[in-house]
Design a binder for this molecule. Structure first.
Ligand SMILES: Nc1nc2c(ncn2[C@@H]2O[C@H](COP(=O)(O)OP(=O)(O)OP(=O)(O)O)[C@@H](O)[C@H]2O)c(=O)[nH]1
Length: 210
């Protein structure tokens, strides 16, 4: 199992990709030096991990989403990332949607209290999620729920930004990288930012309180 962290060098307009094997991440902390000067960490998790299993560092078979949870918690609370913004990228949305038709999200212990309100319209994947006359799809409800679960992990006051992506679609990836740039701009303007104004327009899934 591997994780991607994408340090975005906003000043130089560069994005460097760092794919790290989780085992090495736990055993060797030299990689922390690579994050010097990085202002946003893009933490990538496959939504489709919820019913998959992997061997952890102790040799136990563990649900991949629970491993993501453990790893995410350790990253978010690590002092190295104290001053960095976090963007959680929930990848493989297409696989996730397809999988939800066969496997309930609740099969993962962490998501056991997921109770979507299912209407007939929400079954129809052809309906645009932007159409306010129709319920959101199961995929959207479930990805929103997963995002909130990750947000709840942050014991700090820090905001966790979330983007849902289909990694094989260029537009989808581009949108996420654009969002990462917006996060950096938000970070720069934070000291003069009007938070009340932001609350009105934000489509973000919210903070820990949600
Ligand atoms: N359908 C789909 N495939 C994807 C997406 N993102 C990555 N993949 C594919 O998934 C495969 C595994 O890629 P990664 O997730 O990068 O690799 P990995 O982490 O070693 O694999 P997993 O442990 O299975 O997640 C590759 O064939 C990718 O092309 C996505 O959003 N949708």
């Amino acid at each position: 199992m591997c994780y991607f962290d994408l340090p975005v060098d906003h000043v130089h307009g560069q994005v460097s990709v760092n794919k790290s094997a989780s085992k090495r991440l736990w055993e060797n902390c030299k990689w922390l030096e690579m994050f010097e000067g990085v202002r946003v960490v893009i933490f990538c998790v496959s939504l489709s991990d919820f019913d998959e299993y992997a061997i952890d560092v102790d040799g136990n078979l563990v649900n991949k989403m629970l491993l993501n949870k453990k790893f995410s918690t350790s990253i978010v609370t690590h002092p190295t990332y104290d001053q960095m913004e976090f963007l959680l990228v929930l990848n493989k949305f297409d696989v996730f949607e397809e999988k939800l038709e066969r496997v309930p999200l609740t099969c993962c212990d962490w998501f056991s209290d997921f109770q979507p309100i299912v209407s007939r319209n929400s079954q129809n994947k052809n309906i645009s999620s932007n159409n306010i006359n129709h319920s959101p799809s199961m995929g959207l409800m479930a990805s929103h729920y997963v995002a909130v679960q990750f947000k709840k992990l942050s014991i700090t006051e820090r905001k966790l930004f979330v983007s849902v992506v289909k990694g094989l679609e260029q537009n989808s990836v581009d949108q996420t990288l654009e969002y990462a740039k917006e996060v950096l701009i938000w970070d720069e303007e934070k000291p003069t930012f009007n938070f009340n104004e932001y609350a009105i327009y934000s489509t973000d899934t919210g903070s820990n309180s949600e």
